[in-house]
Design a protein around this ligand. Sequence first.
Ligand code: ASP
Length: 322
Amino acid sequence: MNAIPVIAIHGGAGTIVRAALKSDAEARYHAALAEILRAVERLLADGGSALDAVTEAVRLLENCPLFNAGHGAVFTSAGTHELDASIMDGATLEAGAVSCVTRLKNPVLAARRVLDVSEHVMFTAAGAEAFAAAQGLEFVEPSYFHTDARYEQWQKARGASGTMLDHDAATLAAGEDDPLDPAKKFGTVGAVALDAHGHLAAATSTGGMTNKQIGRVGDAPMIGAGCYANDATCAVSTTGTGEMFMRMLAAYDVAAQMEYRGLPLEVAARDVVMNKLPRIDGRGGLIAVDAKGNVTLPFNTEGMYRGFARVGEQPFTAIYRT
Ligand code: ASP
């Protein structure tokens, strides 16, 4: 018998702003996560595939301005937005990704179309947008991605030096409204799912890091770094300091440790997040599910917006360590 279908999501990891904690801000994040989990739980209960579940979860997270992906994405050093997304099907090992797109409303839908219809795995920048246009996907004006909170973050980040993770930069700006210290949090979104047929899938989407250089691509659209799924092991989506997750092939490393070392999901995921990434100053976390329906949500920061829902059960959501 197959395990009960489950969806898990994240909305970034970071440091808690104790002084600035506001219960209504916290409640807003919990409510947004729970609403998305309930919607995707219904999709899975109706027999929807894991691939459709992660596509829909990330589309909803992209549309929510609380998270750094789609509407609500962070600013580049040029005051623009460059978005990255990826998706992988654990049943077939097919994958799709786009990077550096600037006018696509939902980058995850473009990644999904790449997976569905293209012989390639990743398209970037103008080529990605040409592909998406040919697929009839929705385009928006760049101003759609502008939110005042992210603009303020960017202004602060420009005054400081270098790039900043979304949640790090947000602290510098207007942390009062964000339970995680925006100066120390990462803002990618992602989803992993197991469906009723025992298939796994993962998807990840991001605006990247505040004040990043034009053309910088992080781990989120890289299969094996920010996203990975294989029915034989697990599905993984990450958030954090992208360069370190790329160097560690963080998402794939969880699957590889399960396959080569025979480790259970939770042990493999903890090793990557708590041991391997910190050795190269990698900060952040990941969400993962295996074919038995085990879910793990480890992070090495103080908090991570996260949650999961098994079909027929109430969603679990959390921000801090429990
Ligand atoms: N991993 C993302 C990147 O490096 C950032 C994040 O998770 O917020 O683009």
